[in-house]
Design a protein around this ligand. Sequence first.
Ligand code: ADP
Ligand code: MG
Length: 262
Amino acid sequence: MLAARKNSTMTNNHTNHRTQPSGPPLIQCRRLTKTYKKGDNTITPLQELDLDVPAGDFLALMGPSGSGKTTLLNLIAGIDRPSGGQLIIGGTDISTLSRSKLADWRSVNVGYVFQLYNLVPVLTAYENVELPLLLHSMSAKDRHEKVQTAMQLVGIADRHDHYPRQLSGGQEQRVAIARAIVTDPTIIVGDEPTGDLDQESAQAIMDLMVRLCEDLGKTLIIVTHDAKSAAYAKRTLHLEKGRLVEAELLATRHAPLVPQEA
Ligand code: ADP
Ligand code: MG
């Protein structure tokens, strides 16, 4: 069970990192490339991207619309497959897995949180959270316990029988997070998980994400447009035109045109 958060208010880029285990990073992208062919045109949303994500990291991805953020997230989540390069996660190069093996890998290793929650409207909150467990063989009792635990973790245990339309956006996203963590995956990815929420609900969701990282040791990668949400992560990387932009480059680009006196 979760311990209560040590600090009730988050500070920017919290520094109480877990000690990183030695060994290779959990996620290694090597010259990772994604291309789409449309007639004679080739679109390259990701170009030879190199990225290491250690276990227990909380990474925020930012960048303009169309810069490849969702593409990268979907590759790491095993929803989509790379056109080139390597994507080694937990020692497995998932770019070499067949579609069905990749689906199996995803159901064990990754939880996905979407901007618009993607709950099934005709299922209750409980049934939505239970859904990923139906892919795994387990007793009804085990399944019930896992759903209960996930719903308690995200603070939505009193909404079992509610349908998505009976929940606020913030509550729907909690249900979606419970669904993402119910199989106890190593990696949680979120594509603009606070993009449709008011500021207060967004902060509560980001607080919850921090707990998943700090208390449960999950590795999180979220895409966000919102600097306030990104500030909850341990580090932020920026994508532009399918490439990671170096922090120094960004700093130079955003430097004042007229040098300021010290
Ligand atoms: P972001 O999430 O940063 O807004 P995306 O990763 O969704 O960007 O898209 C990056 C680029 O790839 C865009 O130019 C988009 O139009 C293109 N793209 C994404 N998915 C597809 C697809 N299935 N077919 C063709 N082009 C795509
Ligand atoms: Mg996107």
